[in-house]
Design a protein around this ligand. Structure first.
Ligand code: IMP
Length: 194
């Protein structure tokens, strides 16, 4: 059976990618399962660049097809901040309670129509031999006025989905995976692997 490595240490992401690729005849391994332990500096300026850096580095180390993702939140009114710095915004160790409160504060007085935002996810597939493919998908919404919902993680409690009338932290994991930037991007990269 063919092997594919997914360059992440995040178990939630592993579960999602295994589920999405379950109909392909491949075994999906995490970096840990592939015996790889490296710190990769994500110094790209776009989601695609960071995903490519991760996928290529691991592919070169293990010689197998490697997937990697990079994601974040873009808020239009804040010139697409926090963007590629979403995890590092206000410091990696700062709680999302504080980060979310700060973003809501920065949008104080900003009307509904200017609160548009999106979650972005780029996924890169690096192939032995050097070629790379990338896909990018988004989930569109806007920034709410307070945190709502207990599911999800990160910026989900402030990410309001007008079509659903709730935040992404109020969706179940299954509901979110169907419409999320990451769910869509992982399903799109699958077409590139076939
Ligand atoms: P990474 O791609 O795993 O490095 O994620 C980057 C950061 O973007 C996360 O740490 C979160 O701050 C944010 N982010 C990405 N996707 C989501 C999401 O689905 N919900 C909430 N926050 C997200």
């Amino acid at each position: 059976m063919k092997k594919i490595i997914f360059a992440t240490g995040n178990e939630g992401k592993m579960k999602e990618i295994r589920d999405i690729l379950s109909d392909l005849d491949v075994k999906v391994l995490s970096m840990k399962e592939a015996g790889i332990n490296v710190d990769i500096v994500e110094d790209g300026t776009t989601f695609e660049e960071n995903a490519i850096i991760k996928a290529k580095t691991i592919c070169e180390l293990c010689g197998e097809i490697t997937l990697a993702d990079d994601s974040g939140l873009e808020i239009d009114y804040l010139n697409k901040e926090p963007g590629v710095y979403s995890a590092r915004y206000m410091g990696e160790d700062t709680s999302y309670r504080i980060k979310n409160a700060n973003l809501i504060e920065r949008l104080e007085g900003v009307p509904d129509e200017k609160r548009t935002a999106r979650f972005v996810c780029a996924v890169a597939a690096a192939f032995p031999g050097g070629s790379v493919k990338t896909v990018r998908e988004t989930m569109e919404g806007c920034i709410g006025y307070e945190e709502k919902g207990e599911n999800g993680f990160g910026y989900d409690p402030i990410f309001f989905l007008p079509e659903y009338g709730c935040t992404s932290a109020e969706l179940s994991m299954e509901e979110k995976n169907k419409i999320s930037h990451r769910g869509k991007a992982l399903r799109a990269i699958k077409d590139e692997l076939k």
